[in-house]
Design a protein around this ligand. Sequence first.
Ligand SMILES: Nc1ncnc2c1ncn2[C@@H]1O[C@H](COP(=O)(O)OP(=O)(O)OP(=O)(O)O)[C@@H](O)[C@H]1O
Length: 858
Amino acid sequence: MSGKRAADDLNLPTKRPRKQDDEEYGELREEDYMSDPAADAALIPRAATINFSALTRKLAETRRSTTDVEGTSSLDAHRRQQDNLVSHIFMDQDFSWLHLKPDHASRPIWISPEDGHIILEAFSPIAEQAQDFLVAISEPVSRPAFIHEYKLTSYSLYAAVSVGLQTEDIIEVLNRLSKVPVPESIIGFIRERTLSYGKVKLVLKHNKYFVESSHPETLQLLLKDRTIRDARVVSQTADNSIKAATFTTAKAPVKGNLIIPGTKEAEKKKDEVPNGRPGAPAAGNADADLFTSVVGVDNDEIDEDDDNVHAFEISDGKIDDVKKRCNELEYPMLEEYDFRNDTINANLDIDLKPATVIRPYQETSLSKMFGNGRARSGIIVLPCGAGKTLVGITAACTIKKSCLVLCTSSVSVMQWKQQFMQWSNVTDRQIAVFTAESKERFAGESGIVVSTYSMVANTHNRSHESKKMMEFLTSREWGFILLDEVHVVPAAMFRRVVTTIKAHSKLGLTATLVREDDKIADLNYMIGPKLYEANWMDLAAKGHIANVQCAEVWCPMTPEFYREYLREQSRKRMLLYCMNPKKFQACQFLIKFHEDRGDKIIVFSDNVFALEAYAKKLGKPYIHGGTGQVERMRVLQWFQHDSNVNTIFLSKVGDTSIDLPEATCLIQISSHFGSRRQEAQRLGRILRAKRRNDEGFNAFFYSLVSKDTQEMFYSTKRQQFLIDQGYAFKVITHLDGLENLPDLVYRTKDEQIELISSVLLANESEADLGSDIRATEGDLAGTVTSKDFGQMKFPGAQRTTGTLTALSGAQHMSYVEQNKSANKKLARDAAPSRHKLFSRREKDKASARKEARTSGRG
Ligand SMILES: Nc1ncnc2c1ncn2[C@@H]1O[C@H](COP(=O)(O)OP(=O)(O)OP(=O)(O)O)[C@@H](O)[C@H]1O
């Protein structure tokens, strides 16, 4: 086994490119800002380069030379000799020079001096506390059952400082947890990165934005940057120096006495908790004390000399550029809202209903936001179905100021409003919705508005009413802006929202902080750092979300389908692997198997052609972008309440926003390439399963994949996020008993050829996902109209001439027309049965039609 291979197997971090290693570590120097325009750009890579490797090598060399000079005992010499015998196997991944501490077995982490990766033994007795700490200071990379991997990054340390952790505390706790002394390179990195963090704040006062700091030299340094300087608003009356802009802010509140409604603390209001730290473990020993002091809420560190705060104003429109630039210069701006001392904006009289009790992880996430008595802006990451909505509502009830909620679709808008009414005592008059259909305002001085991103961000073709509503939204200060599903919103749209709406604090909610376009870092400066990220497996173990068994079912392609697959071009290829008869059969078998167990099943297909074909063939109802609202509701109601409807087919319109706690099994027959986020969101549909707390209950997630096709590659890619959350995908290559299924579809060659002909005759666009994607994007735009649906292309309407010579089974062309809509069929079945005479006549009509067609072709 080569050294590299061994390192891979041990899950060691991969080596960074040598070129980067050799770069000199650079510091910000004043002259860099002065006059050279190129300096602005040049600064970033120099400041941002983490040169762990160079430092590490230097340290190792120093260590070796000092040992040689000082001389060693024969035992040490023997050990070194032993080390050298194996060192070559690991080459530059040999970290044996980081000597293990004598009690290393009871310490759960190891830190790579190379690149800041942290490996945690999740089976250690103190793993839970260690996890809390690691989530606060680093990014979780992968968290399967026994070994977790985290990574220290600039962003994660920024987040750590924002929730109040101190540099030396971070180093000390790492040292306590680590099996080896924390490498100097890591200590240096933490010190260096956190040095400047937390020094600058962005504050909204009297509808104007200020960059604020109690360190005037920092503001002076920032003003040397061209972007920031250009964004500064120099008032004509008085702005001679930064100091001239000094103003006094209200004294910070007494720290730590904030009670978040719905928490245990709120219930025990009377027995006051010192430091007000929700969920803090009782201090038992020294380690626990240390955790208590650094993990979770801390209280005193952000106390500032408020009388000595310096600030300069920046223009609203450039806020985003300034934030970005400050991030790049390693002075990320903290955004905190001292809502209890805000006497300018009217209070909103809302509270959680007395019966509402928030769960421990919801409480923990909120404690990160409100830890120092103010509202920190940032992002909370909770698994799908874990109750992000209630976290947002509790935050709004804590801040008690006007609140704007933005979500991705008008369905979500209605759900948010309904949830606000369900969990809090907000009245109908206090909460308004702003969508294409409804433009309401709340009564009184303060209230809640729920809308979609695109309603707020789109500037084109606004109706008069929309314009007036936008004026209402932009002319006032909002105490709080809640951003749902932050990871899906296009960056440009986000930017417009964040710059046009003036809000004191922002909370982003998401389940999957992954984006295929790698734009996730943008969220850091647009909203704020990640405040909390829950562990999916932990929540499943505690029954807050369901346990899920994941499986990938490999369906071999029939020879005919595979031949066409190899011959066809990309778009049709996709249709061929979706419509593979073996996949059809596997789907039919799994539906039957799970229906017999009493499960409720959702079958997902991104491809509308396949969706309709499967649903019709198997006689199940379906919903896609083109299904009208009334029919959607009808199908969903059947699924929820009718024991005869246990399976529905959904296109990507069901990925999010559909709350069906009845569903216990998912089958995915076609998916959109390699989207990790979509896979996780789909899984989320069954994580909220009603029956999740039944003993031994498991939900099931099957991904059907046509063997030896591109689909296998995409499938592996899609699963990566869930694997990193600790889910294990089993591979099923054979479904026992499938052949014996009575009325198995596409059993004969003739039927399979009939199917292939329909696929080959299908329009190229049927293979596209475009039509349905448009429906969801339309939703994101908040303006899905019947016009949109009218423009969509759906299968069955058009057929182009196919390569008939290639089709040995052209006589079966009538396939598509024979299958009536399964939805209509179900409605018919529900209606009183028809007289025999009519059904007879219909049959006759159908066979006459068929005959006419066959003779026409002949
Ligand atoms: N503290 C709580 N007590 C009782 N029920 C809760 C609590 N928190 C959440 N729930 C319930 O859990 C379910 C899922 O909540 P919610 O829809 O907010 O999840 P989500 O995290 O937004 O999921 P997704 O990302 O899939 O939209 C809802 O039915 C909600 O009522």
